[in-house]
Design a binder for this molecule. Structure first.
Ligand code: ADP
Ligand code: MG
Length: 569
């Protein structure tokens, strides 16, 4: 290994040379108390920046050892370090030439605490991965700038964020406590037959549609209704009270603008642990809860949507349904069946983003259009069966149709942002309006079908498939664009990048034309669990963030070249 003084000399000697000469820098360098590895060198000053890894042994980093052996604490600590690094990088970095010269980049993070490749801690060491812009003057190497970046800026960053002594110990402890509490709260849900828990005093609304930090002005903190209040112990906070949503079919009703969608969105995000200050630190949801929405125009490949759609015009099969251009209702039916196939246990649906004709078909419409003429069996006639036959719960925001009272186990009314339990009233109303509509759902939901994904779904040329990710909305896999806008529980670009790598990884190791999609997901997720996210790519240093099998499945299902066929069961 070369020393930092040698690195400085090499950089200064490169001054004025062609930018390509930076390539010779790849390798590891020993600084006084950390090591720096240059994994990737950018091709020109405007290209994607270079990638470096910084490692400190724990003997230098000095983190308390009881944080380093429990995975959830490691994740919480690494997340804290990443955020601190991002903050410091912004203040330390200097413009040191043209293009990205001098930049020190840490990926944009959401409000969730996630396992990421950007930072890692264990009992032996702490590691941080950064992207840096190697300095240039025009297209020539700015060697002295590079020396300042690598031998001054980077050590300053290391000193400020990778050593326990330099950090705010109280803030760090709080982060670990908050994350650990959330995980413990979530783990208790099933013991209490709950699928979500929203703590009293939680702040649910966000600043804006594009700013996920908590609303601060005139915010009404959440307060559970007495009837649904539960009390769960948390190791750090002590007993926490809040609203428990029981398994089964839950309706969230209430007038427009009274906070229904905001509550559902908090529940959607409750699959993740939030950072301190998010407001939703103690909002926790069943880990296999999936947001479902209508998504007209999406493609569908070989999905058995027959629980919801039958007798299409032109005799099109709905047990093996494919289309490059689904309608609102068929897209929503397909998304539900696909989510179940991938292991969803809870469905989250908001009327704002659902297809009306998929959700309801009222008495008058039943009178006018005979069942035989309507291919759609509305969700209202299937939602009970989903729970009774398969144990799949649903939380539904539905301010517009009281027909759902007939099928709900729990009804929560939002009134000025506060929940009230109104199940008994809703059921009384349902009783006194009997026979308003005919149930059309048949006797059973039917089996949850599995498909096999054919390997040719993802092209594989001689060269590695290019992955392009800019945000959480889109993913380019080679020539194929995958629209992820409707996959709302993906919240960081790094998750999209990891999902893309996982698709290619699945193509290489698991898509054999025989395994079911569920088995493919099992295989990929187990490999990540055994190794780490780095298992997905041979390019160390890529910014990858943990994701659920459900979102990996959602990405596969939105691949327009997907070829899939139902497996006969
Ligand atoms: P609904 O779905 O019932 O129509 P929303 O959830 O969309 O209502 O909320 C309407 C507005 O109220 C949003 O702008 C939201 O940010 C705001 N809001 C929601 N909950 C609260 C709260 N607890 N305190 C203050 N404002 C809130
Ligand atoms: Mg709404």
């Amino acid at each position: 290994m070369t020393s930092d003084t040698r690195l400085r000399q090499s950089l200064e000697q490169l001054d004025g040379q062609s930018y390509k000469a930076y390539k010779s820098l790849r390798g590891s360098y020993e600084f006084s108390d950390f090591s720096l590895t240059i994994d990737y060198v950018q091709g020109d000053p405007f290209a994607a920046p270079s990638r470096i890894r910084l490692q400190l042994p724990q003997s230098v980093a000095g983190f308390p050892s009881d944080w380093l052996s429990v995975p959830i604490r490691q994740t919480a600590l690494a997340d804290y370090l990443s955020r601190r690094a991002a903050q410091l990088a912004r203040s330390i970095q200097q413009k040191r030439g043209s293009g990205k010269s001098g930049k020190i980049l840490v990926p944009e993070l959401s409000q969730a605490v996630l396992r990421r490749t950007v930072a890692w801690v264990d009992a032996a060491a702490v590691e941080l991965r950064l992207a840096v812009g190697l300095p240039a003057r025009g297209r020539r190497i700015a060697g002295y700038g590079a020396a300042a970046l690598m031998c001054e800026d980077i050590p300053e960053l290391v000193a400020g964020c990778l050593k326990y002594a330099a950090l705010d110990a109280a803030a760090l402890e709080r982060q670990i406590a908050v994350v650990e509490d959330a995980a413990v709260l979530r783990s208790q849900l099933s013991d209490h037959n709950l699928i979500a828990f929203i703590a009293d005093q939680a702040i649910l609304p966000r600043r804006s549609g594009v700013d996920s930090r908590p609303l601060t002005a005139e915010v009404v903190p959440f307060r559970s209704s007495e009837a649904l209040r539960v009390r769960l112990p948390a190791p750090h906070a002590g007993p926490v009270t809040g609203l428990g949503i029981p398994a089964g079919v839950t309706l969230i009703v209430g007038g427009g603008y009274h906070g229904k969608s905001t509550l559902l969105r908090a529940i959607e995000q409750g699959i993740y642990n939030a950072i301190p200050g998010d407001g939703r630190e103690q909002v926790v949801t069943h880990p296999a809860a999936v947001k479902i929405r209508a998504e007209d125009g999406r493609s569908v490949a070989g999905v058995n949507i027959s629980p919801f759609i039958n007798d299409l015009p032109q005799d099109r099969s709905t047990a093996d349904f494919s289309t490059p251009n689904a309608s609102g209702s068929t897209s929503q039916a397909a998304s539900i069946v696909e989510a179940l196939e991938a292991g969803a246990q809870v469905l989250l649906i908001d009327e704002d983003t659902a297809a009306t004709n998929f959700m309801i078909r009222d008495r008058k419409m039943q009178a006018l259009i005979a069942k035989e003429k309507e291919p759609i069996t509305p969700f209202i006639d299937k939602v009970r069966q989903l729970y009774d036959d398969h144990g799949i719960s649903t939380i539904l925001v539905m301010g517009g149709s009281g027909d759902y009272f007939d099928v709900a186990d729990t009804v929560i009314a939002m009134d000025n942002y506060q929940p009230r339990e109104v199940t008994a009233q809703a059921q009384a109303i349902a009783q006194s309006h009997q026979n308003i509509r005919q149930s059309e759902g048949g006797a059973q939901f039917g089996p949850i079908s599995q498909r096999v994904i054919l390997p040719q779904s993802i092209e594989q040329g001689n060269r590695p498939t290019k992955v392009k990710v800019r945000d959480t909305d889109n993913l380019a896999l080679g020539y194929e664009a995958i629209d992820l806008r409707a996959v709302e529980q993906v919240i960081e670009p790094g998750q999209v990048r990891a999902i893309a790598q996982a698709m290619l990884y699945a193509r290489q190791y698991y898509l054999d034309g025989r395994r079911s999609l569920a088995e493919v997901l099992d295989g990929v997720m187990a490999d990540i669990e055994r190794g780490s996210l780095d298992a997905l790519s041979d390019r160390l240093g890529l910014d990858l963030v943990e994701f659920r099998r459900l979102e990996l499945a959602a990405a596969f299902n939105r691949l327009r070249t997907l070829q899939a066929a139902p497996i006969d069961s």
